[in-house]
Design a protein around this ligand. Structure first.
Ligand code: BJW
Ligand code: ZN
Length: 262
């Protein structure tokens, strides 16, 4: 049992910050059976992973906007440059650790009957925090994929990687979803099914600009779920959400749990 019963007089709960968790969200959090959390780059920001957009600008690598270097066209045109960009980021990641937001989400997987964590992040920090069965919509920076036979191979976070496929010897590319590419087979379908079936949906640390991931909260809302956004900034989804918690994920997610006494 979770010690989360609400007292009738409690309409909402003011926590040790300006943040107020509504009574409705607390009730949903206690009662929900099927919960979906969609995460984006903001959830890893407090671990030191740069976001793509925000602060009035977008990520740039050697003068190239990230949507140019992280594009399908660039894989065809200059695979070496694409690898240089991903190798740089993988090395940067090797010293970074999960933050309280990743850890809180990992603890939620045992709290609900059915908890689905769907991430747009490729950094593997959810898994390092202990989350299992994470749906990775945009792939992983810790895998490579063969250009010819599509076989996947793991890349050591800290070590060297091979340029060649272990199955057929052809060149490999990062196993990530670049602009204009399809999502991995089954990943979006699994995420959309979770959105259609959830009682409660959290949208955490995403600008909600990239599709089809950005469509998931709308699917959940249309199917009757309570949708809660956690982000220091407003996004195009804010207006459709039942609750918007303005703040950093590493502060807000532990406060949600604390508001129901766990
Ligand atoms: C905090 C915080 C803290 C800060 N706590 N929060 C429909 C309409 C229009 C276009 C399309 C459409 N459907 C498809 C498209 C095309 C395209 C698309 O969406 N384009 C839009 C940009 C217009 N989509 C695609 O191409 C997708 N493929 C596809 O649809 O296939 C079908 C198809 C194929 C061919 C033709 C047509 C259709 C694939 C998208 C792949 C995205 N890939 C990237 C790069 C991955 C590799 C790499 O890492 O380099 O994935 S792009 C980049 O954006 C990355 C992210 O996963 C993704 C989302 O970004 P995210 O996570 O939201 O991060 P930010 O930086 O944008 O936001 C951070 C947020 O955190 C901010 O809100 C901050 O406020 C917040 N924050 N600190 C909480 N502490
Ligand atoms: Zn191969």
């Amino acid at each position: 049992m979770y010690g989360g019963a609400l007292l009738p007089s409690q309409q909402s709960m003011q926590l040790q910050s300006d943040l107020t968790i509504s009574r409705k969200l607390r009730e949903k959090f206690i009662e929900a059976k099927r919960v979906l959390a969609l995460t984006g780059a903001g959830v890893s920001a407090e671990s030191g992973v740069p976001t793509f957009r925000g602060g009035g600008g977008a990520a740039v690598w050697k003068g190239m906007p990230f949507d140019v270097i992280s594009s399908a066209q660039m894989v065809s045109r200059d695979l070496a440059a694409v690898w240089e960009w991903f190798d740089y980021r993988r090395r940067l990641l090797s010293s970074l650790r999960p933050n309280p937001a990743h850890l809180e989400l990992a603890s939620w997987q045992t709290r609900f009957d059915d908890f689905r964590l769907v991430t747009q992040n490729i950094d593997g920090l959810h898994q390092l925090a202990g989350s299992k069965s994470v749906v990775e919509l945009h792939g992983s920076i810790c895998r490579a994929r063969c250009l010819t036979c599509h076989a996947r191979q793991e890349i050591d976070r800290e070590g060297e990687r091979s340029d060649a496929c272990m199955q057929c010897g052809d060149l490999v590319r990062p196993d990530v979803v670049l602009f204009g590419e399809m999502l991995p087979s089954g990943a979006y379908e699994a995420a959309a099914a979770a959105a259609e079936n959830c009682d409660l949906c959290f949208v955490i640390g995403t600008s909600a600009l990239v599709y089809p991931a950005a469509a998931l909260p709308t699917i959940a809302r249309d199917a009757g779920a309570f949708v809660c956004e956690v982000n220091p900034e407003r996004t195009p989804l804010s207006d459709l959400c039942d609750e918007v918690l303005t703040g950093k994920a590493g502060d807000v997610l532990p406060l949600i749990s604390a508001s129901v006494g766990i």
